[in-house]
Design a protein around this ligand. Structure first.
Ligand code: ATP
Ligand code: MG
Ligand code: MG
Ligand code: MG
Length: 570
């Protein structure tokens, strides 16, 4: 590729709204441009990187025996209603209507679509196990899209789904996928760790996340210094067995009198460690006496500090987000006036996304305000451990397996593998005939990789103050040839063209920087864009029969005889 005919969209200034280094460098190096919140265009230079990541993922998935398919990005609501997720998925699901008013969503993930395919296509245990994958655009209406493509709304994912007749067969493929992911992240040249993750409410027995280590990561991951133990923080905290917890929806009056409803007591009632996060809380509240203070309503609806968002669809007539709704709207929705509420019954799913301590504070606050909470229900990703079995995991703690102490690092989740069991196959009646000719519900696993997130994660790990330093395997170009004064010197241009041809014939991706720009500009651009190898062709060098070489990580440049250039790279 000739730089004079290529979009080198580098920027001198760091864009103001880019908080982390990868986001800054992706914009500055001209890899991506923002269209709207969480939506990015990949420019030619960035797309080359994305495609290289994709190719490595595809090659290793093919090697593992998985079969590539491509499913539609837009999915009919009926499938999501069958699995129950049309109701459950919440705000991240982008819902659409076609011209006939039919409901669709833009797929945030594809369990329903693949399960539908498999129940129609596979009939016999003899066709199993089978593992299908795709590399496809997903849409998740993230609450806080940020950090560029790291947490985008539209992003590229490799997702795979395996189907089995026995849990043992699922185990086997799960292990194959674990090894395949290690092979992928090894080839990508990233410093990563597989960690245990919670398999949560889905009921599967096993789950691992793959994290790229970086201080900007949004997740805490916990390692043992003395063993192979590694887990994400939620898993590390949730060491306790299910035990005899209160059932979801249990009566709040179990927590003694209102005065005794301290934060700790409520946290304990909810069976949460104070530091754990609850995503959705369903508050059932009742005020039966006339004139009772509308404290809860105030707390819930006026944007109390523990609450970020209330699902507006539960209060028809109220605009979203509720915290911005007017008094009139709120009063209309709950059917009475604020301050003189009652009798009223509320059942509100409240997205809290806050720690149990905050949550308990909210619950106590509601009681102080004169409201009786009659029930609290919750939805969260993790099984609820018993509070007495929990502790906050801290750096230097002994580890869960008794070997070594704990080290806590930040990680970027780039992959996630999961045993789903029969959650989807049961709900959607995906069966095959087993050896005895009987219907058997399929066992299922799913395996995701954030292809576009990997590009950003790689930059978080590989950069300096001059720009990106690509791992060779995913560099947009492996070699840059920079010409000096070529517009006045045919000899320079000719030598550069010869080297360009030689390198390309040897299979390298080469960018010939033939732009009529000052040398400083060209050098800065090649460093910013992170090209691993750079040759400089100049009159002065040619007179001595040499080229200048500098590796992107090298401190110094060196002169090579012209004939040495090609063997030097090999
Ligand atoms: P996160 O915890 O970061 O929100 P997730 O657990 O919701 O991710 P999964 O459902 O496990 O994501 O999806 C598989 C992979 O897709 C993730 O491991 C991650 O690499 C990638 N991914 C998820 N959400 C995004 C996003 N908003 N932008 C870019 N990549 C994403
Ligand atoms: Mg997510
Ligand atoms: Mg996650
Ligand atoms: Mg995940």
């Amino acid at each position: 590729m000739r730089a004079s005919r290529y979009l080198i969209a580098t920027l001198k200034e760091t864009p103001a709204d880019a908080e982390i280094i990868s986001h800054q460098l992706m914009l500055r190096a001209g890899l991506t441009r923002k269209l709207a919140a969480g939506l990015y265009t990949w420019l030619p230079m960035g797309l080359r990187v994305l495609r290289k990541v994709e190719r490595i993922v595809r090659e290793e998935m093919d090697r593992s025996g998985a079969q590539e398919v491509l499913m539609p990005a837009v999915q009919p609501a009926e499938l999501w209603q069958e699995s129950g997720r049309w109701e459950q998925y919440g705000g991240e699901l982008l819902r659409l209507n076609d011209r006939h008013g039919r409901d669709f969503c833009f797929g945030p993930t594809h369990e329903e679509v693949i399960t539908d395919l498999v129940r129609n296509e596979l009939k016999s245990y003899k066709e199993l196990p089978a593992n299908f994958y795709q590399i496809q655009t997903k849409f998740r209406d993230e609450r806080r899209p940020r950090f560029g493509v790291m947490r985008a709304r539209e992003f590229l994912m490799k997702d795979a789904y395996s189907f089995h007749i026995t849990p043992e067969s699922l185990d086997e493929t799960y292990q194959v996928m674990h090894r395949t992911y290690c092979a992928i992240f090894d080839r990508l040249g990233l410093d990563y760790r597989p960690v245990q993750a919670d398999s949560g409410s889905i009921g599967g027995s096993s789950s691992h996340e793959f994290h790229v280590l970086a201080s900007s990561g949004e997740d805490d991951i916990v390692f043992s210094t003395g063993s192979n133990y590694a887990a994400n923080i939620e898993k590390a905290e949730a060491v306790a067995p299910a035990g005899d917890r209160p059932a979801p929806g249990a009566d709040m009056t179990e927590v003694a009198t209102p005065e005794q409803r301290t934060i700790d007591a409520v946290a304990q009632f909810l069976s949460l460690a104070p530091s754990q996060t609850v995503k959705t809380l369903i508050v059932k509240a009742e005020a039966t006496e006339e004139g009772e203070d509308g404290g809860l309503v105030a707390l819930v609806l006026r944007g109390d500090h523990t609450l970020n968002e209330i699902k507006a669809e539960n209060l028809p007539g109220v605009a979203s987000p509720l915290t911005m709704a007017s008094d009139e709207e709120i009063e209309q929705a709950v059917g009475c006036k604020a301050g003189s509420i009652g009798p009223v019954k509320l059942e509100l799913p409240v997205i809290v996304d806050r720690s149990a301590a905050h949550l308990a504070d909210f619950v106590c606050g509601a009681n102080r305000e004169g409201f009786h909470l009659t029930g609290v229900n919750w939805e969260r990703d993790l099984p609820l451990p018993r509070v007495e079995d929990l502790r906050n995991v801290e750096e230097g703690d002994p580890s869960p397996d008794g070997q070594g102490t704990l080290e806590i690092r930040r990680g970027i989740e780039v992959g996630h593998i999961f045993k789903l069991g029969n959650k989807y196959s049961q709900a959607m009646d995906a069966t095959v005939l087993d050896e005895n000719g009987k219907k058997a519900v399929l066992e299922m696993g799913c395996y995701g990789i954030g292809v576009s997130r990997i590009v950003a994660a790689a930059i978080e790990q590989n950069h300096d103050d001059r720009g990106i330093i690509w791992p060779e395997a995913i560099a947009p170009f492996e070699v840059a040839i920079v010409t000096l004064n070529a517009h006045k010197s045919p000899a320079v241009m000719e030598a550069a063209e010869t080297l360009y041809d030689q390198l390309r014939q040897a299979g390298y991706d080469v960018l010939l920087d033939d732009r009529n720009e000052r040398p400083g500009v060209k050098f800065a651009d090649m460093e910013l864009t992170g090209i691993p190898h750079r040759f400089v062709v100049s009159d002065r060098g040619l007179a001595a029969g040499t080229l200048e070489y500098k590796g992107r990580r090298d401190a110094d440049k060196q002169d090579l005889n012209i004939e040495e250039a090609l063997p030097f790279l090999a």
